[in-house]
Design a protein around this ligand. Structure first.
Ligand SMILES: C[S@@+](CC[C@H](N)C(=O)[O-])C[C@H]1O[C@@H](n2cnc3c(N)ncnc32)[C@H](O)[C@@H]1O
Length: 416
C-alpha cells in the first residue's frame, strides 16, 4: 500500500482540526456543549494539530534532506564518471594531437619543400610579370598618346572638312563673282566699243558740219541736252539739198546756231526757234547774236499753253481728237506759212506724256508740200510713240528712221 506524503498528511490534519473546531463552535452555539468545554476541546484539537504539523514538518524536512543527499551522491557519481570520461578523452586527445602535430609537421615539410621549388619559378615568373607590367604600362602610355593623337587628327580632319567646305563655297562664290565680273567686263567692253563707234560717228558728223558751215565763233557744245552732231548733219544736208526757206525749231539752243549757219550758207531763208522757257530763250538769243546770226534766226518765247487736238468726223482708231497737251502758245506760229523743215526737239519730255505730239497737227497745215519733219530722241518710247501716232493718224505721211545716236525719225508727205 502506497504511503501518504507528509504534505498530504499535513493538509488532512489541518482539515480535520478545522472541522473539529467548527463542530465545537456549532455545538457550543446550539448549547449541546458548554462553551468552556468547547473552547478547551478546540484548544486541545488545535494543540494536537500544531504538534502534528511540527512532527510532519520535521519528517518532511528530513525526507527532503535525504532526497537531496541521495541526489548529491548520484550527481557525485555521475561527476566521477564524467571525470573519468574526460580523463580518457584528454588522453585520447593528447594522442590525437601528437599524431596531428606529427602529420602537420610532415605536411609542412612537404609543402615547404614544394614551395622552395616553386619560389624560384615564382621569382622568375614575378620578374617576367614585372617586365610584362612595364611593357603594358608603356603600351598603355603609347595607346593614350595614340588616342590623343587620334583625337587631334579627328579635330584636324573636322577643321579640314570645314575649311574645304568654306573654301569650296568661297571658290564657288569667287567663280560666280568672276563670271559676273567677266560678264560685266564683256558688257563694259561692248559698251565701250559701241561708245567708241558712236563717238567716232559723232566726230565725223561734227567735222563734216563744221567744214560745211565754217562757223565764225566757238560753237556751243553738242550732245547731252543739245542735239547730237549726227542729227545736225542730217538737218544741214537737208537745208543744203532743198535750199530751205523757212525752218521751224521746237526747242531752242545750240541747234538754233547750227541751223542759222545752214540757212545762211545754203538756204537764203530763216529759222524760227520756239522756246517755252524765257531764260533759255534769252540764252539762245545771246548765242545766236554771238555768231552774228540774229538776222536769220529768231528765237520766239512761246510759253506752254493747253492745246486740244481738234475732233475729226472720221472717228478713226487712235485719233487724238479732244485730247489736250501743254504746248507752245500757237500764237507764235500763226504768221508762218510754207515751212520747209520742222525740227521737233521740245518741249522737254518732263512737261507731259507725249509732250511733242502737238507739233505735227499744229505745224503741218503751215508746211510746204515737200516739208520734212525730223523728230529727235526716238530712242525714248514717248518720242517713238509720238512719231508712230502721227504716221497712224496721217496716212499721207511716210516715215523713216534715221540712225542717229539718240534716234531720229523723218516724216514727210508721200510724193505722188
Ligand atoms: C532738247 S532741248 C533743245 C535743245 C536744242 N534743240 C539744241 O539742240 O540745243 C529742249 C528744251 O530744253 C531746255 N534746255 C535747253 N538747254 C538746257 C539745259 N542746259 N538744261 C536744261 N534744260 C535745257 C530748253 O527749254 C529747250 O527748249
Amino acid at each position: 500500500m502506497r504511503t501518504l506524503s507528509p504534505r498530504l498528511l499535513l493538509i488532512i490534519s489541518g482539515a480535520l482540526a478545522a472541522a473539529v473546531v467548527i463542530t465545537l463552535v456549532l455545538l457550543s452555539a446550539t448549547g449541546a456543549v458548554p462553551p468552556i468545554t468547547a473552547v478547551e476541546l478546540a484548544l486541545s484539537v488545535l494543540t494536537l494539530a500544531a504538534a502534528a504539523v511540527i512532527v510532519l514538518g520535521a519528517r518532511r524536512t528530513d525526507g527532503k534532506a535525504l532526497r537531496i543527499d541521495a541526489r548529491t551522491k548520484r550527481q557525485e557519481a555521475a561527476l566521477a564518471r564524467t571525470e573519468q570520461s574526460v580523463t580518457r578523452l584528454t588522453t585520447a586527445l593528447d594522442g590525437l594531437a601528437g599524431r596531428l602535430e606529427d602529420a602537420a609537421r610532415e605536411q609542412s615539410r612537404t609543402v615547404l619543400a614544394a614551395l622552395g621549388e616553386d619560389r624560384v619559378e615564382l621569382t622568375a615568373q614575378t620578374g617576367r610579370l614585372d617586365r610584362l607590367a612595364g611593357t603594358a604600362s608603356r603600351i598603355e602610355t603609347t595607346l593614350r598618346q595614340g588616342a590623343g593623337d587620334l583625337e587631334d587628327l579627328r579635330k584636324l580632319r573636322h577643321d579640314h572638312e570645314q575649311l574645304t567646305a568654306l573654301t569650296s563655297t568661297a571658290v564657288r562664290d569667287l567663280g560666280d563673282r568672276l563670271e559676273a565680273l567677266a560678264g560685266a567686263v564683256r558688257e563694259g567692253h561692248a559698251h565701250l566699243a559701241r561708245s567708241a563707234r558712236h563717238d567716232y560717228a559723232q566726230l565725223e558728223a561734227l567735222i563734216d558740219v563744221r567744214a560745211l558751215l565754217e562757223p565764225r565763233a566757238p560753237l556751243p557744245r553738242l550732245r547731252g541736252w543739245a542735239a547730237s552732231p549726227d542729227v545736225l548733219r542730217l538737218l544741214v544736208e537737208r537745208v543744203a539739198a532743198d535750199h530751205t526757206k523757212l525752218i521751224v525749231e521746237c526747242g531752242s539752243g545750240a541747234s538754233s546756231v547750227w541751223l542759222g549757219y545752214a540757212v545762211q550758207r545754203f538756204g537764203a531763208g530763216r529759222v524760227v526757234a520756239l522756246e517755252h522757257d524765257e531764260r533759255f530763250a534769252e540764252a539762245s538769243r545771246d548765242l545766236v547774236a554771238a555768231h552774228g546770226l540774229q538776222d536769220v534766226v529768231e528765237v520766239r518765247h512761246a510759253p506752254l499753253t493747253t492745246w486740244t487736238a481738234p475732233r475729226t468726223d472720221s472717228g478713226e482708231a487712235g485719233a487724238s481728237g479732244g485730247e489736250s497737251w501743254p504746248w507752245y502758245d500757237t500764237g507764235a506760229v500763226e504768221d508762218l506759212h510754207g515751212v520747209g523743215l520742222v525740227f521737233v526737239d521740245g518741249p522737254p519730255g518732263a512737261t507731259a506724256p507725249l509732250a511733242r505730239y502737238p507739233a505735227l497737227p499744229v505745224l503741218l497745215p503751215r508746211c510746204a508740200a515737200d516739208a520734212w519733219f525730223v523728230v529727235d530722241d526716238t530712242v525714248r518710247p514717248d518720242e517713238r510713240e509720238v512719231a508712230d501716232r502721227w504716221l497712224r493718224e496721217h496716212p499721207e505721211l511716210t516715215g523713216s528712221a534715221y540712225p542717229a545716236e539718240k534716234g531720229a525719225m523723218i516724216l514727210r508727205r508721200t510724193p505722188r
